[in-house]
Design a protein around this ligand. Structure first.
Ligand SMILES: *Cc1c(COP(=O)(O)O)cnc(C)c1O
Length: 488
């Protein structure tokens, strides 16, 4: 017995120090995150052992009537006016994020372009808002390009991405004389060259490279050999070959520099720093080998946002700061001119600004298992829970401060068992007809919306300073059948 106790004691002793050290680091990093992240955490309920926190994002607050208010507008009134499901965007929060990114570059003396990755939410109004804020945009299809142009977005600030751009899409981009094309593969180089020589036109390009880093929310993986459908491998010679091909045809290509994008919903700065370092090292190598001078280094997007209390992203500008420091350091060490740095946030600009309002409908109790509460939307307007097992938080917009009373699961209305929005969320007892507000739906929500089950896509409204503006109308049944042709 004694032996055994001693054994455990020794084991405990040897573990104590490292464990305490790890605990201390976790505590300190949490404090750091809290200092950077200025939003207020309001505890709204503590009942029956269920504790809920409602993190107010952007301009969210509780109105005098006790309702959830965004941009100075009562969400219950929005639901009455426009119907549900309804996408609501907090415009001030989007502006705040855009300015935060731009300001960081200015403060650190770096020439930059902040390009909104518009696949996160593409609609005329969002391109106009980004133009107002002096941002650039990324498009990945003819459709996104068309929408940006129709929005009056300056063509020279549009960047065109994609691993399989069609001839029609490339011609469209050349017709509009957009800012640059991000070249993705050898097929595209050939196709571009053919089209440019037919048209006797020249275009600015970035070369998309895969630097052998895969970043995830909480970690990153260094992969020696590239396994990605995007871009040219940095380490297997493909990137260098692509660069040489483009440089040879200087009549058609103005090679501005390199592009890389390492992943999405990333919280750690390490992945970005390692990527920046690797790409900068290559620029040094290529300068020495054949005098290549890059004027632009585009480090992509992927900056994480807060979906639930488990997510603790840094202040968005902090990622930029770390990237800049890394680029500057390698540049200085090698007497390389610091290039322009471009970034491409999607989610970090619009994710937290979006809230979806749903009307609460049916309830199904499965005794001893769970209670399902169904809303009038679901995977049609937000496929992320079904597709990625994404997590969300929500409140009852009629009384967001009310204490939680039960744990329920929020179901959509599609004919799919997987059509669930939130599993097991503590909420107050709710009535049919009340409004459920699901937070942080601004990115890849409406953008991925579908008409499955012939459900109309929701409306989108912008709110700011007490004013609401409809920016995407709700689809109608006639919209649903507008492309259907009769057999008779
Ligand atoms: C998706 C994507 C982005 C934006 O990613 P977020 O996670 O929304 O910031 C930026 N650049 C490229 C090339 C992308 O594919």
């Amino acid at each position: 017995m004694l032996k055994r106790e001693q054994f455990y004691y020794v084991k405990r002793l040897s573990l104590w120090k490292p464990l305490f050290f790890i605990y201390l680091i976790m505590l300190l990093s949490r404090l750091f995150v809290l200092c950077y992240y200025r939003q207020v955490n309001v505890k709204i309920g503590d009942k029956g052992g269920i504790e809920v926190t409602f993190e107010r994002l952007g301009t969210m607050k509780t109105s005098q009537e006790g309702h959830l208010e965004i941009g100075g507008v009562d969400t219950i009134k929005l639901a009455e006016k426009y119907g549900t499901p309804l996408y609501v965007y907090d415009v001030a929060l989007i502006r705040d994020r855009a300015r935060g990114f731009k300001r960081t570059f200015e403060e650190m003396g770096i020439t930059a372009q902040v390009a909104y990755a518009s696949k996160a939410f593409s609609a005329i109004a969002i391109y106009q808002l980004m133009a107002e804020e002096g941002l650039s945009v990324d498009v990945v299809s003819g459709g996104e390009l068309y929408t940006a142009i129709k929005a009056g977005f300056p063509a020279e600030l549009i960047h065109f991405h994609g691993n399989n751009k069609t001839r029609e899409e490339i011609e469209m981009a050349l017709d509009y004389e957009i800012g640059c094309i991000v070249v993705d593969n050898f097929y595209e180089i050939d196709l571009l060259k053919t089209i440019l020589s037919e048209r006797q036109q020249k275009v600015s390009v970035l070369v998309r490279v895969t630097p052998g880093i895969e970043a995830h929310t909480h970690d990153y993986i260094l992969t020696g050999q590239e396994d990605s459908k995007f871009g040219f491998g940095l380490d297997n010679g493909q990137a260098e070959k692509a660069l040489q091909l483009l440089l040879q045809d200087s009549a058609y290509f103005d090679v501005k520099g390199l592009h890389c994008h390492i992943g999405s919903q990333i919280f750690e700065t390490t992945g970005f720093k390692v990527a920046a370092h690797r790409v900068m090292d290559k620029l040094v190598e290529w300068r020495d080998a054949f005098g290549f001078k890059a004027s632009v280094l585009n480090l992509g997007g992927g900056f994480g946002v807060r979906y639930t209390a488990d997510d603790e992203p840094l202040e968005p500008a902090e990622y930029v700061r770390q990237i800049i420091l890394e680029v500057k350091e390698v540049a200085q060490q090698n007497e390389l001119a610091v290039p322009e740095i471009w970034i491409e946030p999607g989610r970090a600009l619009v994710g937290e600004a979006g809230t979806t309002l749903y009307s609460i409908g049916s309830r199904k109790e499965v005794p001893g298992i769970r209670d399902y509460i169904a809303v009038d939307g679901g995977m049609n307007d937000n496929i992320r829970p079904a597709l990625y097992d994404a997590k969300y938080e929500a409140v009852i917009a009629n009384h967001p401060e009310k204490a939680a009373e039960e744990t329920v699961s929020i179901a959509g209305k599609c004919c799919e068992s997987g059509d669930m929005l939130i599993w097991d969320i503590p909420l107050p007892n709710m009535q049919s007809g009340e409004i459920l507000a699901v937070f942080c739906t601004g990115a890849y929500g409406y953008a991925m919306a579908s008409n499955y089950n012939r459900i109309c896509r929701p409306a989108v409204v912008f709110v700011e300073n007490g004013i609401d503006k409809l920016v995407v109308a709700r689809e109608t049944y006639d919209d649903l059948i507008q492309n259907d042709l009769s057999l008779f």
